[in-house]
Design a protein around this ligand. Structure first.
Ligand SMILES: Cc1cc2nc3c(=O)[nH]c(=O)nc-3n(C[C@H](O)[C@H](O)[C@H](O)COP(=O)(O)OP(=O)(O)OC[C@H]3O[C@@H](n4cnc5c(N)ncnc54)[C@H](O)[C@@H]3O)c2cc1C
Length: 564
């Protein structure tokens, strides 16, 4: 037995495959030669010398997202005959056209196969001259294959379950990092075929299949990031500037830092874009009169930062900041560290969790924080609930209402007016599918394996009502995650970082302040450590102000570096 012939030419994967399988090497070579002569330019001819080898080759092609147009199998092969091969090949490539190569004596078997494997043709050996006996058949097979839709799928594939929390997280992670992927539910035929091809039992989901056809079973974010080409390791040990957090403030700082000649690295624990990256449409950012999606803004900012030479690391969480003389040491969760002259904290805020019973266990299983953009297609045609009364909830409602059967916004207060921008309230009022239920809160979430019902409570009367619900998106505010700065950087009672004039006069921090000047405007209680964006106490909590503060912090970093 020989292995299937390798791709013939560098552009091979783009060409649909014609696969032939024959256990007689002479015949196998002759068929492949004749096929290559006429079809080699536009098709990749793959030959195998046993059914098993051909099936292996098909599984590999499936994982790589290649298209298979025609399968041509010899009938009489030991171990697995041509019909048995075609039967199994159909499970992998149901759309490929099928032909059997038979000796005259076997035509009866070939005719039977028409029913068993839905055979398109059978060819008699020998097929000389091919112009008369082989090519017309293959032409017709190719024609009927081309008539169907065979869009190439040379992208990352995610096979997962709708109600698997990790499947949702992985999709969210890829989407937020602008990595294109195609989603295959594991309980649908193509999803099952991909799992089979990957040799995965489906117990651990998702299975991510890279563009090279490598199957990653239940990958962690860091593994996934590395495989899809996102940088995760710093290239140096020392930088002029480390920016912590890849939201608008961090990206703004990275663009200005790198463009002004600072060796800059940005460290992001999940995906760049931060909260803004999850916004379906930012309408109040300067220069975008028609609005811009968070994903687009993030993509542009990433490219801009990279163009100026900033290094962007994802899936790296910072868990410590140390001061060693003039160096500022930034420590990662795996214990490794990098040093810099200056640091900008741009860690923003994270979604506040809904405390109602049942919600925690169903997170990712119908209950989602933020991920309205990623889940929009999956909840199309369903009834969707959104908790929260701020702009983020309003944007999600408008976005989800495009596909959902109904969207109900649950607000604790008596109206949206106090918490949501006027323009969004007007948009919501014009969409009949959106209902706003005021004075309502979630008392409990119920479901076995995924969300099935919600108990809603009237916050005036205390009365409860149970509603059927498969989808709940939570937007109830956010809090800074700055515990790791304890004992190093001064913060307010809620964990927001204090800087410049907001540092309390005569406070404890002053005892540790070593300089004879006051902290600059965005400078924290540690010289050379600045803060920008939502994590800063008293910040505006807007994209424009976060970007502006990122830029301004860089200007102050320059001032700091010049005077130390
Ligand atoms: C759905 C939604 C819609 C919005 N719409 C609008 C709008 O239309 N207009 C508007 O002006 N504002 C809007 N906002 C608010 C706006 O997005 C925020 O004000 C802005 O994103 C703040 O930017 P930031 O960079 O300060 O923080 P964030 O965007 O919160 O980014 C902080 C980043 O730091 C990372 N990080 C945190 N801790 C660490 C750590 N220890 N190590 C490494 N990385 C870390 C986080 O993962 C995150 O990516 C919206 C917010 C949401 C959630």
């Amino acid at each position: 037995m020989t292995a299937p012939s390798p791709p013939d030419g560098p552009a091979a994967p783009a060409r649909p495959v014609i696969l032939t399988v024959d256990d007689d090497p002479g015949v196998s070579r002759a068929v492949a030669r004749d096929l290559r002569r006429k079809y080699g330019e536009r098709h990749r001819i793959v030959r195998a010398e046993s059914g098993e080898m051909a099936l292996d080759a098909l599984r590999q092609m499936k994982l790589r997202g290649e298209q298979v147009a025609v399968l041509l199998a010899d009938y009489r092969m030991p171990e697995m005959n041509g019909i048995e091969f075609l039967e199994q090949a159909m499970d992998i490539y149901p759309g490929a056209r099928r032909a059997l190569l038979t000796a005259y004596a076997d035509t009866g078997a070939a005719i039977d196969a028409i029913n068993v494997v839905d055979l398109d043709y059978y060819l008699l050996k020998p097929w000389d001259p091919p112009e008369e006996k082989l090519y017309p058949v293959v032409d017709s097979l190719l024609e009927s294959w081309q008539a169907a839709d065979h869009r190439p799928v040379a992208e990352l594939k995610v096979v997962g379950h709708r109600w698997s929390a990790r499947s949702s997280e992985v999709r969210e992670f890829l989407a937020r990092n602008q990595v294109p992927y195609r989603w295959y539910p594991s309980d649908e035929p193509e999803g099952k075929r991909l799992l089979d091809a990957a040799g995965a039992d489906g117990m651990t989901l998702p299975v991510v299949i890279t563009v090279d056809g490598e199957a990653l079973v239940g990958p962690a974010d860091a593994e996934l990031a590395a495989r899809v080409g996102l940088a995760t390791t710093p290239s140096a040990e020392f930088y002029d500037l480390v920016v912590i957090g890849g939201g608008p403030a961090g990206l703004g700082a990275a663009v200005y830092g790198a463009s002004e000649g600072l060796r800059t690295v940005l460290v992001e624990r999940t995906a760049t874009g931060g909260q803004a990256g999850q916004s379906s449409r930012i309408e109040n950012y300067l220069g975008f009169p028609d609005g811009v999606s968070g994903a687009q803004l993030t993509d542009r900012a990433r490219r801009q930062a990279t163009k100026f030479g900033a290094e962007l690391l994802t899936t790296r969480e910072v868990t410590g900041l140390e001061v060693h003389g003039p160096a500022r040491t930034v420590r990662f969760s795996d214990g490794t560290a990098i040093d810099a002259h200056a640091v900008i904290l741009a860690t923003g805020v994270a979604y506040r969790q809904l405390a109602a019973p049942g919600v925690k266990d169903l997170t990712g299983l119908g209950v989602f924080y933020g991920s309205a953009l990623t889940e929009a297609t999956t909840c199309a045609g369903h009834d969707v609930y959104i908790v929260g009364g701020a702009n983020s909830a309003g944007q999600a409602a408008v976005y989800l209402a495009r596909g959902a059967r109904s969207v109900t916004i649950l607000v604790r207060g008596p109206s949206l007016r106090k918490s949501m921008s006027h323009y969004l309230i007007e948009q919501i009022e014009k969409i009949p599918r959106i209902t706003v239920r005021t004075c309502t809160e979630i008392a409990e979430a119920h479901g076995d394996g995924h969300l099935e019902r919600l108990t809603l409570r009237d916050s005036n009367t205390g009365g409860t009502e149970v509603v059927d619900a498969q989808w709940l998106f939570v937007f109830i505010g956010a809090a800074p995650l700055t515990g790791w700065l304890d004992g190093v950087v001064h913060r307010d009672g809620r964990g927001f970082v204090l800087a410049g004039p907001d540092l309390p006069a005569g406070g404890d921090w002053q005892a540790g302040w070593p300089l004879d000047r006051a902290p600059y405007h965005l400078e924290t209680s540690v010289p050379g450590v600045f803060v920008a964006g939502d994590v800063r106490a008293e910040s505006a909590k807007r994209v424009a102000s976060a970007v502006g503060e990122g830029a301004m912090a860089v200007m102050l970093v320059h001032r700091y570096l010049e005077r130390t």
